[in-house]
Design a protein around this ligand. Structure first.
Ligand SMILES: [Zn+2]
Length: 225
């Protein structure tokens, strides 16, 4: 049997050897017989060319230099990074949007609600520790301090919303939500309510337990804006 070089048109330059079947088909195709073997030959030849190109591509892939492989890997990683960056940017925008939405609908209406008692820590000016509110009335459980814009005697009501608010009111204020404005304070300015805690309610310890809560309040029955 003759070598591959004898097969006309065979891509010997690519360093591939035609298989036996191809040669057989070629022999058949070049014979004096019918045209059916010629079709078989053409089909086999097409297959061979396809296989050659495929193998060449495969060879090309497998003999890539480490540099080109690294470049390809970097390209992939860069694309991943770009996706990650896009996702992070999208997530940031979502967080900002939700924060602004929360602030506009709820957050900006919240009041800071703190608590105080009549101890020297809470009232550091001795003459104000006279067991009387700024309104002149004797201190009592249910009085509170507020900005001077809210006049004495105004009824305010805490409006709990989150479970934490209900929990704090239940545990520390013993479910009391309504208070009367009776007092003022140097630090009680703007959206700030300071609840008076008498010693019978635990005084300073209870005030500390209450801490700094942020919740909405009702002024004369309506949610304060
Ligand atoms: Zn105190």
């Amino acid at each position: 049997m003759s070598g591959a070089a004898d097969v006309p048109g065979f891509p010997i330059s690519l360093g591939l050897r035609p298989n036996k079947k191809a040669i057989t088909n070629f022999n058949l195709a070049t014979s004096k017989y019918s045209s059916i073997p010629k079709v078989i030959y053409m089909w086999t030849e097409c297959r061979l060319i396809f296989r050659t190109v495929w193998k060449a591509a495969d060879l090309n892939l497998s003999t890539r230099t480490p540099k080109s492989r690294a470049a390809a890997a970097n390209l992939f990683r860069f694309r991943d990074l770009k996706n990650l960056k896009f996702n992070l940017i999208a997530l940031s925008f979502l967080v900002i949007f939700l924060s602004v939405l929360y602030h506009e609908l709820w957050g900006k209406h919240l009041y800071l609600v703190t608590a105080y008692c009549d101890c020297p820590i809470c009232i550091n000016i001795a003459k104000f520790r006279d067991r009387k509110f700024a309104s002149g009335r004797k201190t009592y459980w249910g009085g509170s301090a507020a900005d001077s814009k809210i006049s004495f005697g105004t009824e305010i009501e805490l409006a709990p919303f989150w479970p934490k608010d209900f929990w704090k009111i239940n545990r520390i204020l013993r479910n009391r939500t309504s208070f009367e404005i009776e007092d003022r304070g140097g630090k009680i300015k703007g959206r700030h309510i300071d609840l008076f805690i008498p010693q019978s309610m635990g005084g300073h310890r209870t005030a500390l337990k209450w801490g700094r809560q942020r919740m909405r309040i009702r002024l004369n029955g309506e949610l304060a804006e």
